[in-house]
Design a protein around this ligand. Structure first.
Ligand SMILES: Nc1ncnc2c1ncn2[C@@H]1O[C@H](COP(=O)(O)OP(=O)(O)OP(=O)(O)O)[C@@H](O)[C@H]1O
Ligand SMILES: [Mg+2]
Length: 302
């Protein structure tokens, strides 16, 4: 159990985290928020790489700063940006990282192989990292975080820059390894955590705006999400009154739209709108468009 209590953090005069409180149990948690929300700052504090101004992080009731060695042994961390040892082979890189983690020498080859197997790179383990694609490099970073079978696995934007196929691969093996450990994934890409997260935290401007299971968050939008067919000229006007979450152009030059409406203001523009169940992307758009107009534009980036 990983617990954050009254966390506050500023960079100089700029405050970026405001009194955050949360308890993470076993399972996958999605930390969703737009660029600059404070995700990486929070993660760096939770991994012990950054000091907060006030508040605490504890693992199983022990402050991670007072028990940092113990905590490091149960922690796996995939940072957002990372230089790699390009001249190493994947196997050498993992062996090196395993040694840094203090894994006993005789256990290192097996641990490295097991991690490579999980991320699907065992057959190219002898190749230099410089020859790897972006997606393979990202998978190697995840593999290094898995060394020593961490109880807490924290990933910051694990799919940044990857194509949809690699993203799905990463999402699938994260959900496979999530049993009996706490996995926290920070991302602004809703699909990275959709369907695998037990709980979602929406972080906006340094505050937890909403949290809950995907189902709970979606049902909070009940009665606010609609689907309708409109003439293409009507789109601009509709956009002024609602938050559009999806657009599909139809052959007869009409448009099928999904949108979030907080009031009935749209009725004059749309004749027949059918109420539909919200999805996680709409939860994201709704949370972050409340905050500052239409800040959720990058929500569904795939
Ligand atoms: N080292 C730093 N010095 C000063 N300001 C910083 C520093 N790191 C982050 N910030 C600022 O703190 C805020 C939160 O940044 P952070 O990187 O935690 O956000 P994020 O949610 O991870 O964003 P992204 O999705 O772009 O990775 C931003 O306004 C950022 O400019
Ligand atoms: Mg970040």
């Amino acid at each position: 159990m990983l617990e954050i209590k009254s966390l506050n953090k500023s960079y100089g005069k700029k405050k970026v985290l405001f009194d955050l409180n949360y308890t993470f149990e076993d399972g996958v948690y999605g930390l969703l928020g737009p660029n600059g929300a404070g995700k990486s700052t929070l993660i760096q504090i939770m991994t012990g790489n950054l000091i907060c101004d006030s508040g605490s992080v504890s693992y199983c009731g022990k402050d991670i700063r007072k028990h940092s060695r113990e905590y490091r042994q149960v922690l796996g961390y995939v940072p957002q940006l990372q230089g790699m040892y390009e001249m190493f082979t994947a196997f050498q890189f993992l062996s090196y990282m395993a040694a840094l983690k203090g894994i006993p020498k005789q256990k290192i080859p097996l641990e490295a192989e097991a991690a490579l197997e999980i991320v699907g790179l065992l057959d190219v383990a002898g190749k230099k990292l410089s020859t790897y694609s972006g997606g393979m490099k990202q998978r190697i970073l995840i593999a290094q975080a898995l060394l020593g079978q961490p109880k807490v696995l924290i990933l910051d934007e694990p799919t940044a820059g990857l194509d949809p196929k690699e993203r799905i691969k990463i999402r699938n093996f994260i959900s496979r390894i999530a049993e009996e450990r706490t996995v926290i994934i920070a991302t602004h890409v809703v699909s990275d955590v959709d369907s695998i997260a037990k709980e979602i935290l929406l972080l906006g401007e340094g505050r937890i705006r909403r949290h809950g299971s995907i189902q709970e968050l979606c049902s909070q939008l009940s009665g606010q999400v609609y689907e309708a067919r409109i003439k293409s000229e009507a789109l601009e006007k509709l956009e002024e009154r609602v938050v559009i979450s999806n657009i599909q152009e139809l052959p007869d030059s009409t448009i099928q739209v999904r949108f979030i409406a907080k009031d009935e203001n749209f009725r004059g523009l749309v004749t027949e709108a059918a109420e539909v169940s919200a999805n996680l992307q709409e939860v994201y758009l709704s949370a972050f468009s409340e905050q500052d107009g239409r800040s959720g534009e990058n929500a569904g980036a795939v």
